[in-house]
Design a protein around this ligand. Structure first.
Ligand code: PEP
Ligand code: MG
Length: 850
C-alpha cells in the first residue's frame, strides 16, 4: 500500500478554509457555514473528492497527519459528503481511535458503562462495515467486559489478525472501505438513478467525537423546525440520553420529546437552557443558511455540540410551503422560491396521492397517463360506472381501451385503468382533462370482459366489485384501499402560482371543453382557453341522440332539423364558457372526430338506436358499417368532414357567433377564436373560411350588431407545417396539435404506441415517449418550419402548441425559444406549466443551495 503525505489531501474546516461543494461535497461546505456562524461544531477535517478517489485506488493519505488535527488520543467519526446529499453515500462510522488504552482512559473519565458501550459499538461497526465480517457474529446488545472480549476474539478468529489498536490504521481502513463502497457498481447505479453523474465524487468529513455518554447530562438527538410532510413551522425530533449518532430516532420508547409533550418527558423540561440554545441555532440556520435544516446535536457533559445540519427531507407540499414562507419572511427572494420547486412536484399537490408511508401491493404496471390516486370498486363498463356513481360508490373503470362512448363512464369513475393505449390515447387525454387518475397500456393485465374479471401478471384474479387503487402518478394499480394524502391547494400554493405568473413570459392557456374545465382553468390562473374540443359537448345523453339523428338524416333538410336542435345547446355551451372566462381568449375547435365515434358498436347498442330512431335494425347496422373506416384517424374527420358535411361547421359557427353577441351584452366584448382541425391544404381553409365569414355576416345582420372573431388553423399534419406559408394567408393563428403531428410524423398510432413504448424507451430507440415529451429533433423541426413560414407570410400570426406537450417543461422550453406566444394544456397541468415557464424565464433550475 502506498502512503501519500500530500497536505492537500485534507483541509481543516475553518471559517476561511478553501472548501467548495464541487470539491468537498455539500456536507463539508455546510459544516463550514456552521463554523462561520460560530456554532459549537467539533473540530472537523474535510477530504476532497480527489483524495477519496485516490484512497479508493490504493493511495492512502497520511492518516497520522489527519489525526494530529485532533490533538492527543483522538476519537473521531467519518461521514460521507457528496455533492448532493440525495445521492447518498456510505453510513457514518463513529468512535475511530477506540482501543484498549483509550477504553481504560474512558472508564476513568466517563465510567465503566459508557466506556464499554463506546468500545463495543466501535468494534461491531468496524467489523461489519469496514472489515465486512458477518453481522451475526457481532450482534451482542449488552456492553460489558465479556462482550468486548468476545467481539475482539471473534474479529481475530475471522480475520486471523488482531483487532487494530492503532488509530491511524483504523482511520485508514475506514477511509478506504468508505471510498471503495462509493465506487462500487451498486452504489453508482443507485445514485445515477437519483440524477448523479457517472463520475460523481465523494468527499469525507472526519470530525472529533462529541461524547454523548458519561456522568453529567449527555446524549444525542436531532431537531428540525418545520414538519416534513406539511411544511408547517413545528419543532420535531428526539433526544436520547447516553447515546451517540442518530440513536434517538431508533429508540422511540426511551427517547425524549423535544418540546413539552403530554406523551412523555421532554428535553425542554429536562434541560431548558440547552433547549433554548438549540432553538436559537435553528433560527440562525433558517436565516443565514436560508433553508429549513435538521440539526444533529450532542450534549456532552451538559454542553451543546452541533455535529451536522442537513436540509430537511420534505414532501412536495412541504417544499412549497417552506419556500413560500422563506420568501414571505424576506429570507429568500420570490424568484428563488420559484426556483426551488420542481414543477412536477406541483402535480402531486393538485391530486390525492398514495401516502408513501403506507403499504403498496402492486398488481399491475403501465404508463402513468394522468396523475393522482383513487380507490374504488372495479367495473368493466361505462354503464356499470354510472350505476356505481348513482349508488354513491367510488369505482375504477377497467377497459381494454376507452372510446368517446365511455366519456360518461369516465365522468362517473374515480380512476381509469386500460390494457392498451399510450400518453395521448383517448383514456389518457380525457382523464388528464378531468383530473382523473389514469394508467394506460397495462399490457400484463388480461381482461376477461365476459367474466367481468382481470388477471394480473402474478396470476391473481380481480372481479367486478373488488377494491383496487390506481396510482396515476407512477403508473401502477394496487390491491385494495391504501393510505392517501389529500390535495393541498393552500395559500402557499396560490402565492407561488401568482409569483410564477408575474415572472412568466409565455402564455399558458388551458384545454377546456366544459364549464367545469373552464372554471378549473380560471382557478389555476390560465390565460385563456387554448383548445375547446367541441365534440366532447355532444356526448351528453340528450345530445347524443340528436347527434345520431343528424348522422342518420337522409336529406339535407332532415340533417338541418337535427342541427337546429343542437344549435341552442351549443350556443349555451359557448355562452357559459365566455362568461366564465370573462374576456380572456377562448379558442374553439370545430368538430374533429369521425362520425362513427358517435355510433354504437355493440349489437345491443344498435338495437337501442334502431328503437330510438324508429328505424329497422338493418338500416342502423348498414349505416354503422358504411361509416366505419380502416384507418379512422387518417380518414374522414376534422376539416374533411367540415367540407363534406358543411352544415355541421355552419351550425357551430352560428352557435359561436350568437353566443358572442349574447355574452358581449352581459360583459366585456368577446372575440372568439375559431380553429379548423386536421388541415393539410390551403384550399380547405379557404372553403371553411368563406362559409364561416358568411355565417358571421348573417348573424351580424340578424342581430343588428357587430363583433370580431379570429379564424385560425390547427397544424397537426406534417403537410400543414410544410405549407404554413400559404395557409397562414387565411389564418390569424396557427396552433400546433402536437398529438396528431407526432402520430403522423412518426407514423405511430397514438392509441397503440403504449404496447411497445416501454421497450423502445428502454432500448433507447427513442430517448422518451414522444407523445409525452416533444421530439424536438423531428416534430420540433416541423414546428420551426411551420412557425418560420407562417411568420414570413404574416408577421403577427399568433403561434401556439395545444397538444399534450403544452404541459411538459422540456417542451415549453422549446416553444419559448422558438418564440411561440402560448402553450395550452389540461387545466390540471396549468400550474406545472406556469412554474416551468417562470423558471425558464428566470434562467434558474430547480434546487436549493444547500
Ligand atoms: C392534437 O392533435 O395535438 C390535439 C390537440 O388534438 P386532439 O388531441 O383532440 O386530436
Ligand atoms: Mg388532433
Amino acid at each position: 500500500m502506498q502512503k501519500h503525505a500530500d497536505l492537500s489531501d485534507f483541509t481543516v474546516i475553518t471559517p476561511t478554509a478553501d472548501i467548495a461543494v464541487a470539491r468537498h461535497g455539500g456536507r463539508a461546505k455546510c459544516l463550514q457555514r456552521l463554523v462561520r456562524l460560530e456554532m459549537p461544531v467539533p473540530e472537523t477535517v474535510a477530504l476532497s473528492f480527489d483524495a477519496v478517489h485516490r484512497i479508493a485506488s490504493g493511495q492512502m493519505p497520511d492518516t497520522a497527519a489527519i489525526l494530529s488535527a485532533f490533538g492527543p488520543s483522538p476519537l473521531v467519526s467519518i461521514r460521507p459528503s457528496s455533492e448532493d446529499p440525495d445521492w447518498g453515500g456510505p453510513g457514518a462510522i463513529l468512535n475511530i481511535g477506540m482501543n484498549d488504552e483509550r477504553h481504560a482512559q474512558l472508564i476513568e473519565r466517563l465510567g465503566q458503562a459508557a466506556a464499554d458501550t463506546i468500545y463495543l459499538r466501535f468494534i461491531q461497526a468496524f467489523a461489519i462495515d469496514v472489515a465486512r465480517l458477518d453481522p451475526d457474529m457481532f450482534e451482542e446488545e449488552v456492553a460489558n467486559h465479556e462482550a468486548i472480549r468476545a467481539a475482539l476474539l471473534a474479529f481475530e478468529e475471522e480475520t486471523d489478525e488482531a483487532f487494530p489498536q492503532d488509530p491511524g490504521v483504523q482511520l485508514g481502513e475506514t477511509l478506504r472501505s468508505m471510498a471503495r463502497a462509493w465506487e462500487g457498481t451498486t452504489a453508482r447505479l443507485l445514485r445515477q438513478a437519483k440524477g448523479a453523474p457517472a463520475d460523481a465524487g465523494l468527499g469525507l468529513v472526519v470530525q472529533e467525537m462529541a461524547m454523548g455518554l458519561g456522568p453529567a447530562e449527555s446524549g444525542s438527538g436531532v431537531i428540525q423546525f418545520a414538519d416534513s410532510t406539511t411544511g408547517l413551522g413545528q419543532i420535531t425530533g428526539r433526544y436520547l440520553s447516553q447515546s451517540q449518532g442518530r440513536a434517538a430516532l431508533s429508540n422511540g420508547d426511551e427517547a425524549l420529546y423535544l418540546t413539552l409533550d403530554e406523551r412523555g418527558p421532554s428535553l425542554e423540561e429536562r434541560c431548558p437552557e440547552l433547549f433554548k440554545e438549540l432553538v436559537k441555532w435553528g433560527g440562525v440556520c433558517r436565516q443565514r443558511l436560508r433553508e429549513e435544516m435538521e440539526i444533529e446535536f450532542t450534549i456532552e457533559a451538559g454542553a451543546l455540540k452541533v455535529l451536522d445540519a442537513v436540509r430537511i427531507g420534505r414532501s412536495s407540499r412541504a417544499a412549497v410551503r417552506i419556500a413560500v414562507a422563506l420568501a414571505e419572511d424576506w429570507i429568500i427572494p420570490r424568484e428563488e422560491a420559484i426556483a426551488r420547486i420542481d414543477p412536477r412536484a406541483l402535480t402531486e399537490l393538485l391530486h390525492c396521492q398514495v401516502d408513501p408511508r403506507g403499504k403498496r401491493d402492486v398488481i399491475a404496471v403501465g404508463i402513468a397517463a394522468s396523475p393522482g390516486a383513487a380507490t374504488g370498486r372495479v367495473v368493466f363498463s361505462s354503464a356499470a360506472a354510472q350505476a356505481s356513481a348513482a349508488r354513491g360508490e367510488a369505482c375504477v373503470l377497467v377497459r381494454r381501451e376507452t372510446t368517446p362512448e365511455d366519456i360518461r363512464g369516465m365522468h362517473a369513475a374515480a380512476a381509469v385503468l386500460t390494457e392498451r393505449g399510450g400518453m395521448t390515447s383517448h383514456a389518457a387525454v380525457i382523464a388528464r382533462g378531468l383530473g382523473l387518475p389514469c394508467v394506460v397500456g397495462v399490457s400484463d393485465m388480461t381482461l376477461n370482459r365476459r367474466d367481468k374479471s382481470f388477471r394480473t401478471a402474478d396470476g391473481r384474479v380481480f372481479r367486478e366489485g373488488d377494491v383496487i387503487t390506481v396510482d396515476g402518478a407512477v403508473g401502477e394499480a394496487l390491491a385494495g384501499e391504501v393510505l392517501m394524502l389529500e390535495p393541498a391547494l393552500d395559500d402557499a400554493f396560490r402565492s407561488l402560482l401568482s409569483w410564477a405568473e408575474e415572472a412568466c413570459d409565455i402564455g399558458i392557456r388551458a384545454n377546456a371543453d366544459t364549464p367545469a374545465d373552464a372554471q378549473m382553468a380560471r382557478n389555476f390562473g390560465a390565460d385563456g382557453i387554448g383548445l375547446c374540443r367541441t365534440e366532447h359537448m355532444f356526448f351528453e345523453e340528450d345530445r347524443l341522440t340528436v347527434m345520431r339523428e343528424m348522422i342518420f338524416a337522409n336529406s339535407a333538410v332532415d340533417r338541418e332539423a337535427a342541427l337546429d336542435q343542437l344549435l341552442p345547446m351549443q350556443r349555451m355551451d359557448f355562452i357559459r364558457l365566455f362568461e366564465i372566462m370573462q374576456g380572456l381568449p377562448v379558442c374553439i375547435r370545430l368538430f374533429d372526430p369521425p362520425l362513427h365515434e358517435f355510433l354504437p358498436h355493440s349489437r345491443d347498442g344498435m338495437r337501442e338506436l334502431a328503437e330510438a330512431l324508429d328505424l329497422p335494425l338493418s338500416d342502423v347496422t348498414r349505416r354503422v358499417e358504411a361509416l366505419s373506416e380502416f384507418n379512422p384517424m387518417l380518414g374522414m374527420r376534422g376539416v374533411r368532414l367540415g367540407i363534406t358535411v358543411p352544415e355541421i361547421y355552419d351550425m357551430q359557427a352560428r352557435a359561436i357567433f350568437e353566443a358572442t353577441v349574447e355574452a358581449s351584452k352581459r360583459g366585456d366584448p368577446v372575440v372568439p377564436e375559431i380553429m379548423i382541425p386536421l388541415v393539410s391544404a390551403k384550399r380547405e381553409v379557404e372553403l371553411v373560411k368563406a362559409r364561416v365569414d358568411a355565417v358571421a355576416a348573417a348573424v351580424r345582420i340578424e342581430k343588428g350588431c357587430d363583433f370580431d372573431y379570429r379564424l385560425g388553423v390547427m397544424v397537426e399534419t406534417p403537410r400543414a407545417a410544410l405549407r404554413a406559408g400559404e395557409i397562414t394567408h387565411h389564418a390569424a393563428f396557427l396552433s400546433f396539435g402536437t398529438n396528431d403531428l407526432t402520430q403522423m410524423t412518426y407514423g405511430l398510432s397514438r392509441d397503440d404506441a403504449g404496447r411497445f413504448m416501454g421497450s423502445y424507451v428502454q432500448q433507447e430507440v427513442y430517448p422518451e415517449d414522444p407523445f409525452h415529451t416533444l421530439d424536438v429533433e423531428g416534430v420540433g423541426e416541423l414546428l420551426l418550419i411551420g412557425a418560420e413560414r407562417g411568420r414570413a407570410a404574416r408577421k403577427d400570426v399568433v403561434l401556439s402548441v395545444c397538444g399534450e406537450h403544452g404541459g411538459n417543461a422540456e417542451s415549453i422550453a422549446f416553444c419559448r425559444e422558438a418564440g411561440f406566444d402560448y402553450v395550452s394544456c389540461s387545466p390540471f397541468r396549468v400550474p406545472v406549466a406556469r412554474l416551468a415557464a417562470a423558471q425558464l424565464k428566470l434562467g434558474v433550475s430547480t434546487g436549493s443551495n444547500i
